[in-house]
Ligand binder design. Structure first.
Ligand SMILES: NC(=O)C1=CN([C@@H]2O[C@H](COP(=O)(O)OP(=O)(O)OC[C@H]3O[C@@H](n4cnc5c(N)ncnc54)[C@H](O)[C@@H]3O)[C@@H](O)[C@H]2O)C=CC1
Ligand SMILES: O=C(O)C1=N[C@H](C(=O)O)C[C@H](O)C1
Length: 267
């Protein structure tokens, strides 16, 4: 049995992760962690997730949980995931990070710490989105400079980071395939007499509302024709199943920074 714990256990993803661990053979839930102020502290993690009692109490003692855990799964915030990665590096534990919104400096710190322990960092754990990443690279390569690229993402009204980690990754993939630097060509805002779009820019648009789980469309807009590559998430379960698959995959890996493309054999 691979011993797996979840950080952010009472969150939207936390509940789905606990359910996915319960439903996956060969994995055992060894801990459910939450913020010290979370009202679900002391509750059974399975009851909180809605999948029946599991005998694991939601707590905030990271070091205690890590002692009896091989892989931690963390869907919270970049600052929290980084702090937990430092603890994992200290104690020799593996970490799957689903949190999004990392700054370049935070991402560099993850890369640094991943020299000591195995880490998966992926803005989207779904098979469908990772297939889109592959398709986008090929589409950008084929379509080249003659098509304007615009990316639109839609998410629920509680999402804190913008654009989504997935949309940024899509922008990076397209930019790289076109020989551009994403940080230089991404345009997040257009208002007033801002002038015509340049050929190089990649427009990044964000929509927030209601309970949208997550939608991403990359538009390749040419003269007289347009290609739209869209992924729509209908529930959070496939993100959770992807993360749990990543945790099982990571259990026997050597230290290093991996992503879902490694796990799915897409590299
Ligand atoms: N990589 C992927 O496939 C996906 C990534 N995400 C990302 O996962 C993250 C979480 O998303 P949601 O679950 O929707 O958010 P959420 O806000 O519902 O859950 C976050 C949980 O983390 C807890 N938390 C905050 N600080 C903590 C701390 N110091 N220690 C322990 N727990 C702490 C909160 O109390 C909350 O329960 C976001 O960054 C989101 O973008 C979401 C879905 C899929
Ligand atoms: O916050 C979310 O909900 C999601 N976040 C991820 C992202 O930022 O890309 C993945 C998914 O779209 C859901």
């Amino acid at each position: 049995m691979i011993k797996v714990a979840v950080n952010g256990a009472a969150g939207r993803m936390g509940g789905r992760l606990i359910t996915a661990i319960k439903e996956t053979g060969g994995l055992q839930l060894t801990g459910a962690l939450e913020h010290t102020e979370n009202p679900m502290l002391g509750q059974d993690a399975g009851l909180s997730a809605g999948c029946g009692p599991l005998g694991v109490t939601i707590c905030s003692d990271l070091d205690k949980v890590l002692k009896d855990t091989e892989v931690l799964i963390d869907f919270t915030f970049p600052e929290v995931s980084l702090r937990n990665l430092e603890a994992c590096a200290r104690l020799g534990k593996s970490l799957v990070i689903g949190s999004t919104g990392f700054t370049p400096e935070q991402r560099a710190r993850v890369e640094d710490l991943a020299r000591h322990v195995p880490v998966v960092l992926a803005p989207n754990m779904s098979v469908g989105v990772n297939a889109c990443f592959k398709i986008l690279k090929e589409a950008a390569r084929i379509l080249g400079e003659g098509f304007d690229v615009e990316i639109v993402e839609l998410h629920h009204n509680k999402k804190k980071d913008s654009p989504s980690g997935t949309a940024v990754r899509m922008g990076e993939i397209v930019a790289e395939a076109l020989g551009r630097d994403y940080n230089e060509c991404a345009v997040y805002h257009r208002e007033g007499m801002c002038g015509a779009r340049t050929q190089e820019e990649i427009g990044m648009q964000t929509v927030r509302g209601g309970d949208i789980v997550g939608e991403h469309t990359v538009y390749f807009i040419g003269m007289g024709e347009r290609i739209e590559i869209t992924h729509r998430a209908m529930s959070r379960d496939m993100f959770a199943r992807g993360a749990v698959r990543a945790a099982a995959w990571l259990a026997d890996k050597t230290p290093g920074l991996y992503d879902m493309q490694d796990i799915l054999g897409l590299k």
